[in-house]
Design a protein around this ligand. Structure first.
Ligand code: FPP
Length: 238
């Protein structure tokens, strides 16, 4: 087992969200197909989740496929679906045995039926777990999530508060992400958790996702721990 390099006084984020960017570039640099990058990305995703839960993180959200990504060539999309078909069950079991509730966030209905069934089954099997969760964002877009919530409120005919509106989002009942990590050199949120990220600390790294190691995750947490989160207050008020 890897030694925990994090000091005991390190503040551990309750919820970490990761934009897993750079699989394609990582593979290209190695003269390999993009699908190889996604395969490595899948392995890294599972490894990082395990590490995060061992460190005491309660929620991990990963951006696996955006609404915009659905415009990618069908072959690449099929490759991603095949990863879910072939590896999801056994690999995710490794994470879910930590007593973690799995949620798929996004327009799941746009996925092939058999993939939806695999994901729905994993959701159902873990639905009784509380306090720890994994959200996999698939066919996800934050603006679409917000519009969906607005329409829901309109249908109910009720005015919303920040709290009641949050309860209409996919992440209902979960703490907002404290730390958002983006690999792959880009410095933007790309329509990810726009409402929930209001007070998140944002960590950007040049590393491509398949090379973002457990040690890199720890480094990002140590960086997070050193941030002063004022939530609009002054230092003296904290
Ligand atoms: C972005 O890198 C990554 C994706 C669009 C897919 C992320 C998927 C995984 C990490 C594997 C896990 C998969 C599932 C379905 C749970 P990119 O391909 O845009 O890389 P690039 O910017 O270098 O081209």
């Amino acid at each position: 087992m890897q030694r925990n390099k994090i000091k005991p006084d390190t503040k551990i984020p309750r919820h970490i969200a990761i934009i897993m960017d750079g699989n394609g570039r990582w593979a290209k640099k190695r003269f390999m197909p993009r699908s190889f990058g996604h395969q490595k990305g899948m392995e890294r995703m599972i490894g990082l989740m395990e590490r995060a839960f061992r460190l005491g993180v309660s929620y991990v959200t990963v951006y696996a496929l955006s609404t915009e990504n659905l415009k990618r060539p069908q072959e690449e999309l099929e490759g991603l679906y095949n990863l879910i078909r072939k590896h999801f069950k056994e690999n995710m079991q490794r994470v879910l045995r930590y007593g973690v509730r799995l949620k798929v966030i996004g327009a799941v209905e746009l996925l092939p039926d058999d993939v939806q069934a695999i994901l729905r089954q994993a959701e159902a099997e873990t639905a009784h777990f509380e306090g720890k969760g994994v959200n996999i964002a698939l066919c996800y877009g934050a603006r679409a999530e917000i519009v969906r919530a607005v329409n829901c409120a309109v249908e109910k005919g009720e005015k919303v508060t920040e709290e009641s509106f949050s309860a209409l989002l996919y992440t209902q009942g979960q703490p907002d992400p404290d730390l958002i990590i983006r690999t792959g050199k880009e410095i933007r949120l790309s329509n990810f958790l726009l409402w929930q990220s209001a007070y998140a600390e944002l960590y950007f790294t040049d590393k491509m996702f398949p090379e973002f190691s457990d040690r890199d995750l720890e480094k990002s947490i140590v960086w997070f721990s050193g941030r002063t989160r004022r939530f609009g207050k002054t230092d003296e008020q904290l």
